[in-house]
Ligand binder design. Structure first.
Ligand SMILES: Nc1ncnc2c1ncn2[C@@H]1O[C@H](COP(=O)(O)OP(=O)(O)OP(=O)(O)O)[C@@H](O)[C@H]1O
Ligand SMILES: [Mg+2]
Length: 442
């Protein structure tokens, strides 16, 4: 373990808020910013603290909102406890949290050891592991797709036959849609199964449960239900419409808040999400439950014991004024959350993906995108020289736009218009200099 201290305002500290790892996205760094705005001494505990420097918000957050970095083995509860013990012993540790699924159970254990607020560890494990989540839902009679933990290729093929084609083959403990694949043939099931079981560890170096999940393919559109549990009461924040990319992958291409669905459909999703959260034992803080609305009714895709990722928290703030990151920090530090809404608008995000494999020369149209009415953010995460490919997971996306509007329809039209201004230019296509007669530079 090693520590590195950056500037922190003297005499203003209201205690330490530790964030253990994060999502590899701008959103992932926003809890540190929110905690710092509340006056906490912010500590990032990570096994690779520079991992997050690649996202565009990193420069601001590392310089202004991150007071201390502690390098530790974040895949170990004992190591994280040891890393935070000095703060605890000095009476400064007020809270510990994470927004990445990989560390949810570890942080729940750490919080319990220090007697700090947090999710109960069994609920955290149920949310982290898709097999445990499915088992808990099924045991409670909550609607899920058919699923099977396949532990051999033959077992995967037998499950696929039972559920019918196409089916979904996916990992049990990843995130960002990594490795989630729609399989149309037995050969595709075998290829996906081999791919997922080739490595004994996951994307963050944690041991994988053996095998892969084979699931019935849910046909329909997708929403997520955002909620927060305060004083034992589950408060619904709202329903988000989720747009997906092209098969065989399931990349998140945009989110829209609040949902444009009718009240009865939204209600059926929120009722199901509540039952799923009860089924996994979710008892603290924010939750993000993904639901597919099928011809047979809503079905649970996933239950996350944390805030929504991507830009959904930003959409919520644009639409309602509720600053969820700040309120979640408050809950983790034992303070009451303020769920007051100050306005009633809508917001939408849309993501940019490469159309083909190539080396990026640039992304053109950023200024044009900013000029679309209602656009509040244009973020380009990919840089000239990057090798890009059509997105296979959320991590392959090149950037995004966020727009607000008086209604969901306004916000969507604005976000789509802004996205339409952006175009990746690949090295082989890039002209040497601007030529107004050349399509690539217009
Ligand atoms: N059984 C299924 N039927 C249809 N689509 C599915 C199924 N399972 C997963 N998907 C699709 O794949 C996406 C990613 O799957 P899942 O949520 O299980 O993985 P994840 O890596 O945790 O995702 P993320 O972190 O991006 O939310 C889902 O949002 C959904 O669109
Ligand atoms: Mg998911």
């Amino acid at each position: 373990m090693s520590t590195e201290t950056t500037d922190s305002p003297e005499g203003t500290e209201s205690g330490v808020l530790a964030v253990v790892e994060s999502q590899l996205s701008n959103f992932g760094l926003t809890p540190l910013r929110a905690a710092h705005e509340l006056g906490f001494h912010t500590v990032l505990v990570s096994n690779d603290p520079d991992r997050y420097r690649v996202v565009s918000l990193a420069e601001e957050v590392y310089a202004k909102h991150l007071d201390e970095i502690v390098t530790a083995d974040t895949n170990s509860v004992d190591a994280v406890v040891a890393a935070l013990a000095p703060f605890h012993e000095a009476g400064r540790l007020r809270g510990v949290m994470t927004v990445t699924d990989y560390n949810i159970p570890i942080v729940a254990e750490v919080a319990a050891r220090f007697g700090l607020p947090g999710l109960n560890p069994q609920a955290a494990r149920n949310c982290r592991d898709k097999l445990l989540m499915r088992n808990a839902c099924r045991a409670a009679g909550v609607a899920v797709p058919g699923y099977h933990q396949a532990t051999s290729e033959d077992d995967a093929l037998a499950a696929a036959d039972r559920f019918g084609y196409p089916c979904v083959v996916k990992p049990m403990t990843e995130s960002a849609s990594i490795g989630v694949t729609l399989c149309r043939t037995p050969a595709e099931v075998i290829a996906a199964y081999r791919d997922l079981t080739a490595s004994p560890t996951d994307f963050r170096g944690q041991p994988r449960r053996p095998g892969a999940l084979v699931e019935e393919y849910l046909i329909g559109f997708e929403v997520s239900v955002e909620s927060v549990l305060v004083d034992g009461e589950r408060h619904l924040i709202g329903v988000t419409d989720k747009a997906l990319g092209v098969h065989p992958h399931f990349v998140e291409m945009g989110d829209t808040f609040p949902s444009m669905l009718s009240e009865p459909v939204r209600r059926s999703c929120t009722d199901l999400a509540r039952s799923a959260l009860d089924a996994v034992g979710h008892d603290f803080g924010a939750a993000h439950v993904e639901v597919k609305v099928t011809a047979d009714g809503p079905r649970i895709v996933e239950v996350n014991g944390r805030m929504a990722g991507a830009e959904i928290t930003q959409l919520i703030r644009e639409a309602t004024g509720l600053y969820l990151q700040r309120e979640v920090v408050r809950l983790h530090t034992g303070q009451p959350a303020d769920l007051t809404r100050t306005h009633d608008r809508a917001a939408a995000s849309r993501y940019l993906a490469a159309h083909r494999v190539g080396t990026l020369a640039r992304i053109q149209g950023e200024e044009l995108a900013r000029r679309v009415p209602g656009v509040v953010e244009v973020d380009l995460e990919a840089h000239p020289g990057d090798t890009v490919r059509p997105a296979e997971s959320n991590l392959d996306l090149l950037g995004y736009v966020v727009a607000n509007g008086a209604t969901t329809g306004d916000a969507v039209r604005r976000a789509e218009s802004a996205l339409g201004q952006l175009a990746p230019v690949y090295v082989a296509d890039a002209p040497e200099r601007f030529d107004e007669n050349d399509e690539a530079t217009r």
